[in-house]
Each structure stands twice: as structure tokens, then as C-alpha cells.
Unconditional design. Structure first.
Length: 95
């Protein structure tokens, strides 16, 4: 089973879609990138955190549609409960 390091690196590679560019961003060679993508061994924290940054930035720009629907429902519930009682109710936040 791939480690969180390898999965994160592979996801960053999918997002960037260019291994040479990703290697440059991470400050490593394309050969090292290929080795780490196919390995289950941890690699330097600095490289891992850069890969995490890529994944998080992409996720923030392209949220999961299910998460968007949940956010819209929560906003609607929050607005509805606020208008009825004058203050927000958090009791309806579990979906």
C-alpha cells in the first residue's frame, strides 16, 4: 500500500501534469521524482510539504461538488435559522 508521501507526490504530479515541471518546483531531478513516485519510502519533509501545498492549493480552487452542495445547504440553514430567531443556530450543521 502506498504511503501518504507517495500518494501525495502522485497527486501533485497529476495536478501539475508535467513531471519535469513538478521536479523543478520541488527542487529535485525528474529521475528522483520518478523514483519517489514509484517508492513507498518517505522522502525529505521539505519536498513533501511542497507537494502538499500543490494538492491543497488545487483542492481549494477545485472543491469536490459534494462539499459545495453541503456548504450551500449549511448556508441556507444558517440563513433560515438566523432570520427566524435573530441569531444563528448551530444545531442543524450535521449532514
Amino acid at each position: 500500500m502506498p504511503t501518504v508521501h507517495a500518494r501525495t507526490l502522485r497527486r501533485a504530479a497529476e495536478i501539475i501534469a508535467d513531471d519535469k515541471k513538478l521536479a523543478e518546483i520541488l527542487g529535485i531531478t525528474p529521475q528522483v521524482l520518478a523514483l519517489w513516485k514509484s517508492s513507498n519510502r518517505p522522502f525529505p519533509q521539505k519536498v513533501f510539504l511542497k507537494a502538499v501545498d500543490i494538492v491543497v492549493a488545487h483542492t481549494n480552487r477545485h472543491p469536490n461538488p459534494t462539499q459545495l452542495v453541503r456548504r450551500l445547504i449549511l448556508v441556507a440553514l444558517f440563513d433560515h435559522s438566523s432570520s427566524n430567531s435573530g441569531h444563528p443556530s448551530l444545531s442543524m450543521y450535521f449532514l
